[in-house]
Design a binder for this molecule. Structure first.
Ligand code: KG4
Ligand code: ZN
Length: 344
């Protein structure tokens, strides 16, 4: 069978990305334009700034991906684009670009579920059959478990009831006056800290039936550890390097405890023996180390996305090749679905 080429587009949050992949999951080109520098001064993603930056960048990024891939636009079999979940304005930019190209080239449109794509990053990187598995997506906007029977059959098992893990990293980093994005900054600061210096809460961990997460109590506990009880204002507090390192390490350990323990429960409960972990927070070195230790010898095959495929990218949109193979094309009236995906 001749090779088929796919253009994949990703604009769910603050990365503008495009890739060219083949039906046998070869990556011919991957371009990611990060907006970190635009959002840094605000300590988090500002949706309006993000969507405007996508408008400016989406066509140059697509152009560069096509050029680097060595193929021509007219060689493309279908266009895949993330349409859910994410920031409304950001999603719209990618979806409109994809639709316009589908009309111009008269080729099918394939909608990508961004969180399922984060799990599929493990399939692409490993080259192995990872399904059926439990998928854990830990990103800036989401923290969710899926039972993934196949690349086309994902069932939501649990998710955060308040903040996402990455969001908690970003907010705690801002409290500690560490630069955005908070995940890498906290990881760096934590290297010199004591993970047991502070006894922070592990939200919902003592509920054996729950595969949901809660990180907002942890975030508040860090705030009070900084300001002292009864005070809320962080303005005039100054922390020593040792205090910052200890707070970062203790916070990180609390998040990792919740993720690892619940991942083990989710795998046991699902009757599968594979665990796939993706999303920006999956880049966290301590999380990766603890997942390795927990799954080793427990009869669980662990797949963690490689660093380049943890944070948002368009390569993982290759999950759409599975839809294409099954003939599950989307209509051109496909709409964005920004909101949180509900269970079932
Ligand atoms: O998957 P992603 O790029 O975007 C969303 O879909 O949300 O994830 C971004 C998140 C940010 O919150 C960032 O702080 C976090 O991933 N992150 C990390 C690390 N690298 C990125 N969190 C913890 N440790 C890291 N090394
Ligand atoms: Zn993501």
């Amino acid at each position: 069978m001749p090779t088929h080429y796919f253009l994949t587009i990703e604009t769910t949050c603050d990365e503008t990305a495009a890739a060219v992949v083949t039906d046998d999951l070869q990556v011919l080109a991957s371009v990611v334009a990060s907006q970190d520098a635009l959002h840094r001064r605000y300590g988090g993603v500002v949706p309006e700034i993000a969507s405007r930056a996508h408008v400016e960048r989406v066509l140059p990024v697509i152009h560069e991906a096509i050029e680097r891939s060595g193929i021509r636009l007219r060689d493309i079999a279908a266009i895949a684009v993330a349409y859910t979940p994410g920031l409304a304005g950001s999603l719209l930019v990618g979806l409109c670009a994809a639709k316009a190209l589908c009309v111009a080239l008269d080729i099918p449109l394939l909608g990508v579920h961004h969180l399922q794509a984060h799990v599929y990053a493990c399939r692409i990187a490993s080259g192995e059959e990872v399904f059926p598995c439990v998928g854990l997506v830990v990103s800036g906007g989401h923290t969710s478990f899926y039972r993934c029977l196949s690349p086309l059959d994902f069932e939501l098992l649990g998710s955060t009831i308040d903040d996402a893990a990455g969001e908690a990293f970003d907010k705690v980093a801002s409290m500690l006056k560490l630069p955005y994005p908070g995940g890498p900054s906290i990881q760096r600061a934590a290297e010199k800290g004591d993970p047991n210096a502070y006894d922070f809460p592990r939200g919902l961990l003592d509920d054996p039936d729950s595969l949901d997460f809660s990180f907002s109590g942890l975030k508040t506990a860090v705030r009070y550890a900084i300001t002292g009880p009864g005070r809320h204002d962080l303005g005039d507090v100054s922390l020593s390097d040792v205090q910052v390192a200890n707070l970062a390490a203790s916070f990180q350990e609390a998040v990792v405890d919740c993720l690892v323990e619940k991942a083990m429960r989710a795998v046991k409960r699902s009757g599968v023996n594979k665990l796939c972990v993706g999303g920006g927070v999956a880049a966290n070195a301590r999380l990766r180390e603890r997942l390795e230790a927990a799954t080793k010898g427990a009869g669980i095959r662990l797949y963690v996305a490689p660093l380049r495929l943890c944070t948002d990218n368009a390569v993982m949109g290759a999950i759409a090749v599975e839809k294409w193979r099954a003939g599950r094309y989307d209509d051109l009236d496909l709409d964005i679905a920004p909101g949180v995906i509900r269970r079932g």
